[in-house]
Design a protein around this ligand. Sequence first.
Ligand code: ADP
Length: 631
Amino acid sequence: METKQFKAESKRLLEMMIHSIYTHKEIFLRELISNASDAIDKLYFKSLTDDKVGLSKDDFAIWIKSDPEKKTLTITDNGIGMTEEELENNLGTIANSGSFKFKNENKLEEDNQIIGQFGVGFYSAFMVAKKVTVISKAYGSDKAYKWESEGIDGYTISEADKQSTGTEIILEMLDDTEDENYSEFLEQYRIKALVKKYSDYIRFPIKMEMTHSRPKEQSEEDKAANKPLEYEDYIEIETLNSMVPLWKKNKSELKEEDYKHFYTEKFYDYNEPLKYSHISNEMPAYNALLYIPSKAPFDYYSREYEKGLQLYSNGVLIMDKCADLLPDYFSFVKGLVDSEDLSLNISREMLQHDRQLKAISKSIEKTISSELKKMLKNDRESYEKFWEAFGLQLKYGVYSDYGMHKDKLQELIMFTSSKEKKLVTLDEYVTGMSEEQKYIYYATGESIARIEQLPQSELIRDKGYEILYLTDSVDEFAVKALHQYKDKEFRSVSADDLGIETDDKKEELKAKEEENSDLLKELSEALSGKVAKVVLSQRLRSHPVCLTSEGDISLEMEKVLNSLPNTEKIQAQRVLEINPEHEIFGKLQSISGDKDKLGKYAKLLYDQALLIEGLSIEDPVEFSNLICELM
Ligand code: ADP
């Protein structure tokens, strides 16, 4: 019999498959099942209009048979089959070979990428088999043919004996080596698991004879004698796949439990999801099931966490975690997407450029965003739970990528507010603003209790204005990235200009500063290197001093930035504010000129301000000595 050579390109691809270091060799089964399913699809389609096919929907099936002794795995379908010519053309050449271009020749390191990148389908069988035999009988033909190949050397085609229409693929598995275990693909439970994993939703049943064991019936005598049970094997035909994907079912057929059960099973979460949504979209065409977990996974805020949705192409899983489907700020969403318009063998690299996928990902993002808004509007309790779990991620989203996504996220953001110590949205804050209030005020600190004690906010509180409490380290960065909401600028309670003071008041303070310019200068000098300047405060009511900052970096940001590893130490431009209405100011005035005494007072006041701000003082011993001395 004549041995035919593979076409040049196919040969190279084959070579790669045979020497493959591809880590997911198991995908060969998915590829063969998917081919079988396509072939059945074609014949099924014909059967709808052609009585001669003689099969109805329930007759179509894919069979898997494993023979561990002979080390063969057989995949059989009763699909459309292949003629001699088709065997030659389809299996001797790579499908779509026109689009197949090798970038690197004979380079093993590139294999994985190439395997992932192109529709290698059938050839993947050579990753696990030393010999592949395809016996096929095409629909409408009375002859069957056998295609055989042991790899690179070529293939033969001969006539064969096969009664029914369809294709049978026999893999003679490679021998196990130290590194590779091929016989595992002959184990029934492994096969079952692979079908479940990759091909669960293939529309036709994938059947296999499963061998189970059961106790033999015992005679009364044996029972009475308490003889141990004997076991016997029996064979049962099982359908390994569930066939109808949940997401393709009609929403009206499904109950809340179905969705929830599916989630906990599929995504290994003990907790029920907080929200789910079932989407059937038309432009672009896809079905999706999206879930918001009720709690953040333990590794969510770490580098280990991998975002992504499962990606299916018409019921066949092509990627477990397709990251391109989710923006980082929605990385908490779990679920899957199924589209008929995606090619089965598409790699990560290719996906990024896939137009269809981009359109789907955009549509998904919109859906998530509108679902969250809906939840915020209609189910506040759930939204606050969501916020507790994933709010941090949204705030990261606001300031990441130089604030590029802030417009999309600003309506979803919440902070605790001073009014009722409850979470409010920016919209709620702005709606509650009085007419003369110019800014959205915020205060930062490590806890709400801490912020409430800050002297800086006295004036704003006096006015009855609401203050947003920023307690997460990312908060102030997010607020800075937002800059404003509905034309209202954000303003820190420590800001220089709070937009509250009247011009008269400002003038008054300026005059006072001029009157006391010598004193302020002496204080500045005493604290040189510690603060950028010492000023009279207009925001303080009862407290003698507070510490604020000028410039872009606030004291809170200084704390955050300096806590990051490997960054240069940063210092905010500190400003010591003194309350001119406070008794202590009179005292300072009275000792102006006494450099030694004033120096001590200045240090004490500065240390006090540091402590109130939650910063540590530089020299606690000196602080304590000074207090004793003055007492
Ligand atoms: P692809 O499936 O991406 O086209 P493959 O290399 O997997 O590439 O298969 C090449 C072709 O061989 C298929 O397009 C199909 O025409 C044919 N083929 C493969 N398996 C079968 C089968 N089980 N029944 C009928 N035709 C098949």
